[in-house]
Design a protein around this ligand. Structure first.
Ligand SMILES: N[C@@H](CCC(=O)N[C@@H](CS)C(=O)NCC(=O)O)C(=O)O
Length: 302
């Protein structure tokens, strides 16, 4: 039986997670219909999007016609990328055959990006740029962790003979990480050639790939590299607009959740959970104090 033709619809915005998928689609030369989602208007939280595209109300997400001829939806950028390479990268242009060592090593880095780099740098962005008040502890915690993760990449790239994270080629591991490293200055973690020579060369190497370069400008021009030469004040000023809608969107989310409910049940729920949170915070404080007193603090992922 012949496979149905790709019928890819990409729902995305100009963000580090969003461009992972468009970069990959362009690298693979796959046709797709683009749906630019306006995050400032909270389109990713509209019922049609939650029902048909991503119940988590985030971008990127994708739909396609599956091998059974019916529509399939994919969300979480790592899952979307794995789907695309498993289904369409039959020549292993940006992947390795399943079961090889390199396949699993790519998987390591993909999960590392999804569980570490993205969430940590996302929080660095939040505390450094979007929070209504500057909380130095949060800023330091997430910027330091982001820098530590960059060092992990730097060490890996220093050992690489191809200049990519795994083996002899650019893979989904590199593509997943790129948008985040490119947005380092936005997160307040400036890269310099003394500490990160290999990482900085890797950023340029990926831009030099026609597919990646085309895909990074979807759905509108990618400007994150421009901030590498800007001052903190200039970046802060540029973040003002996003700060407004991010705060608004958080308020909407809170309104939807039980914690924001004014009902009697909501009040009870809130009371019980606040008590639980206080108890958890006390025990976490004791654990952190204990861990910090050791030589090598355990790295919690947030
Ligand atoms: N783990 C998710 C994260 C997705 C995510 O946080 N997307 C952001 C843009 S980078 C978003 O949709 N934000 C809008 C919102 O939170 O409502 C992934 O990798 O796909």
């Amino acid at each position: 039986m012949s496979q149905p033709q790709p019928n890819i619809h990409l729902y995305t915005a100009q963000t580090p997670n969003g461009i992972k998928v468009s970069m990959l689609l362009e690298e693979l030369g796959l046709p797709y219909t683009l749906h630019a989602i306006d995050l400032a208007k909270n389109e990713q939280k509209e019922p049609w999007f939650l029902d048909e595209v991503n119940p988590n109300g985030r971008i990127p997400a994708l739909t396609d016609t599956f091998t059974d001829g019916k529509q399939i939806r994919l969300f979480e950028s790592g899952s979307v990328m794995q789907y695309l390479v498993e289904r369409y990268d039959v020549d292993h242009k940006v992947s390795y055959p399943r079961g090889t060592r390199e396949y699993w090593e790519v998987n390591n880095w993909l999960f590392w990006q999804m569980g570490g780099l993205g969430p940590m740098q996302g929080q660095a962005n939040h505390f450094a740029r979007y929070a209504p008040v500057k909380i130095q502890y949060g800023i330091d915690r997430y910027q330091n962790e982001t820098r530590r993760l960059y060092r992990v990449m730097e060490t890996q790239l220093a050992k690489s003979t191809s200049g990519y994270l795994v083996g002899d080629r650019c893979t989904v591991a590199d593509i997943a990480c790129w948008g985040w490293v490119a947005a380092s200055a936005w997160a307040g973690v400036k890269l310099d050639k003394t500490e990160f020579p290999n990482l900085m060369a890797w950023v340029d190497r990926i831009v030099a790939r026609p597919g990646c370069n085309k895909g990074r400008h979807v759905p509108k021009p990618h400007t994150m590299l421009d901030y590498w030469d800007k001052s903190e004040e200039e970046i802060d000023k540029a973040a003002e607009e996003a700060r407004g809608w991010i705060q608004q969107s958080m308020k909407e989310d809170a309104k939807q959740s039980k914690i924001g409910s004014k009902s009697e049940a909501g009040r009870k729920w809130r009371y019980v959970n606040v008590q639980r949170l206080v108890k958890n915070a006390e025990s976490a404080k004791a654990t952190v104090a204990n861990v910090e007193s050791r030589d090598k603090p355990c790295a919690q992922s947030g």
